[in-house]
Design a protein around this ligand. Sequence first.
Ligand SMILES: *Cc1c(COP(=O)(O)O)cnc(C)c1O
Ligand SMILES: [Zn+2]
Length: 500
Amino acid sequence: MRVGDFPPDVQPHLIPAPGGDYQYECLSCGEHFGIDQLLYTCPECGSVLLIQDREWDRLKSIPGTMWRRIFDCRGMLSVPALRGIYRFHELLGSILPLEDIVYLGEGQTPVIAANERLSLWAGIPLHFKNDGQNPSASFKDRGMASAFSYLSYLIRKRGLTDVLAICASTGDTSASAALYASYLVQGVKSAVLLPQGKVTPQQLGQPLGSGASVIEIPGVFDDCMKVVEHLSEHYAVALMNSKNAWRILGQESYSFEIAQWFEYDVRQLVIVVPIGNAGNITAVLQGFLKLLDLGIIDGLPTVLGVQSHHANPVFLYYLEPDRSRRAFRPVDVKPSVAQAAMIGNPVSMPRVAHLVERYRRIAGDEGFQVLEVTEQEIMDAMLLANRNGHISCTQGGECLAGIRRAVQERRIDPRSAAVLDATAHALKFAVFQEKYFSDSFEPEYEVTPRKELQNRPHLIAPPEGIPRPSQGAPLDASDFQRFLRYSGSEIARLLGLKPR
Ligand SMILES: *Cc1c(COP(=O)(O)O)cnc(C)c1O
Ligand SMILES: [Zn+2]
């Protein structure tokens, strides 16, 4: 549709003009810094940053009800730059001119209501938001679209050349960064650092296919992260991890889309998010707080973070109810099927601590919760979800296991409905399904496959004397008939088919 096709009062707002005054804000010392350079940590105290719009309050001159209409109408415009996360331009990147926006089809992922069987199992009506249906098959594309749009703005405005975009990754960050870098071409190359043997073959194939330099590092993700931080301190590189506050901005779109899907009434929702490096939960909290501040929603949903017992530093942190006695301690991770969240020292922990205080002041203590689940629960839940029509990765399984536990432990209002983040596509984590189905989990995972959830192919193997077709040696008609009769009766026996 064209701008002229919409109601006259909405028309002037549909194509956003660049506006606002962005700056980095240090969460520890409170200093502010200009955004004309890429900063990752505070030059004064080394803490992580968030991006703030100094002219945010100008957005309040438009009522929340009008914002809703603007966002809803924008979804129908044939303007690629406004089709993805920048439908919410004013909330997550208002300084960017549309010409700098990189759009590869990210965002606007579907929300799929679970069938009755799965909802009954979980004890609550639930939905999966399929962020695996982003272009590189994980939610990371939301943040990457933001970080690369900003980079392309810097390149054009400041004439940067030979930019090397670099990141450490549990697999999906690198797939996403490599994809966006390969699209930008002009002046941008990418290099990704992966913990050797700790990403799935699909995740390794993605940056290779996009033409990135792929570097494998011994150890786990937390070690990779330190190497990348060292590089970003000593060399001219653009860091694409969620330490980069532009990533957080783009990922806020996840909350905006949920609000939009549920017609801006989110008070009865429980938003379930797996926590790894804690960038995503940061963005989800910040996203809903922004919507509330502009009157686009009139109450906050409950946010439930979930961790595996093999990588649970955030869970342990919030176990201590007394704020003044809470102390963050990194943990040594153990092998986890929720491999994308297998992180012992989350970079965004200071952001989480900061935002949770704000969130809880408004939504109460139960408005933000974290719980842990076992590896067994994660695998069983993922397989069950996918046997009920979903395409969930292991981290989505972690969310399902988490909400079920939260219901059983009576932590949430039973009249709520849950929205679970299927953060990546099931296919990326197929190796864990394979381990489960073939009984080949290494003992450290502590997963024992349950027979009723296993599945394997059945091979039709004609015995001696029954002809079998093979490539390049076709059977003659009567031999093929014998093969057909044999395989037909075998399959009928296997499936219990009745003659017609
Ligand atoms: C990165 C990632 C996570 C963890 O998100 P954080 O922002 O690091 O907490 C979870 N699931 C998938 C599929 C991921 O790629
Ligand atoms: Zn500081």
